[in-house]
Design a protein around this ligand. Structure first.
Ligand SMILES: C[S@@+](CC[C@H](N)C(=O)[O-])C[C@H]1O[C@@H](n2cnc3c(N)ncnc32)[C@H](O)[C@@H]1O
Length: 189
């Protein structure tokens, strides 16, 4: 089947990254691809991604390390901030709990875990089996227009799913926002 016919697309979602993130060192989970967090916060960022190719694609600035968030090779209490910018949607549900535990472990006390992701309804078994979101990201440097897509089956997720995971891991919720299909959660350790 023609690839376009397989795509269920959510258009015109907007994220603003104009805000200043306090603290010093930022660990960005899945920081390859557009590498938006690295683009915004440069040398303060350690961008990890299991894909060397995705890291090579991302803008220069952050320290880029090939690493899987299921097994973060950092000491406990290492980072002021951990970010996940449309990365959890790419990680298997069976691995989310381990990833959240690893993020909690490497965050400093009172450090923040900030995540942005997309509400994905349950796959309806239709011909459109690829779920894509088109996002416009306002950064201090430029407007980034990009798209993030996954095979839809078993990928349903919501802000409540991640709030539940956070609470199970021991995080407190500092702030949560829903903007159309996109959500942002700020957790603190
Ligand atoms: C499309 S990118 C997300 C967007 C990216 N943060 C940006 O700013 O454009 C998702 C990334 O998650 C990575 N990823 C997949 N599984 C991962 C895991 N277990 N740990 C960390 N990153 C993972 C993928 O390799 C991919 O580069």
């Amino acid at each position: 089947m023609n690839q376009d016919k397989r795509i269920h697309v959510i258009l015109d979602q907007k994220v603003s990254l104009i805000e200043v993130l306090n603290g010093n060192l930022i660990l960005d989970i899945g920081g390859g691809g557009e590498g938006v967090i690295g683009l915004c916060y440069g040398e303060r960022v350690v961008a990890i991604d299991p894909s060397k190719e995705e890291l090579e694609e991302a803008a220069e600035g952050p320290l880029k390390v090939v690493m899987d968030s299921r097994n973060l090779l950092f000491l406990d209490n290492s980072f002021d901030i951990v970010t996940s910018f449309f990365t959890q949607m790419y990680i298997n549900k069976a691995d989310h709990e381990k990833v959240f535990e690893e993020i909690y472990r490497v965050l400093k006390k009172d450090g923040q875990f900030i995540m942005w992701d997309i509400t994905i309804p349950k796959y309806n078994n239709g011909d459109k089996d690829i779920f894509v979101v088109k996002v416009k990201v306002e950064t201090p440097l430029k407007l980034v227009e990009t798209g993030y897509g996954v095979l839809w089956k078993n990928k349903e997720q919501s802000i409540d799913y991640y709030l539940g995971l956070g609470s199970k891991t021991g995080f407190k919720v500092i702030n949560k926002e829903i903007n159309d299909q996109i959500f942002k959660i700020i957790f603190s350790k």
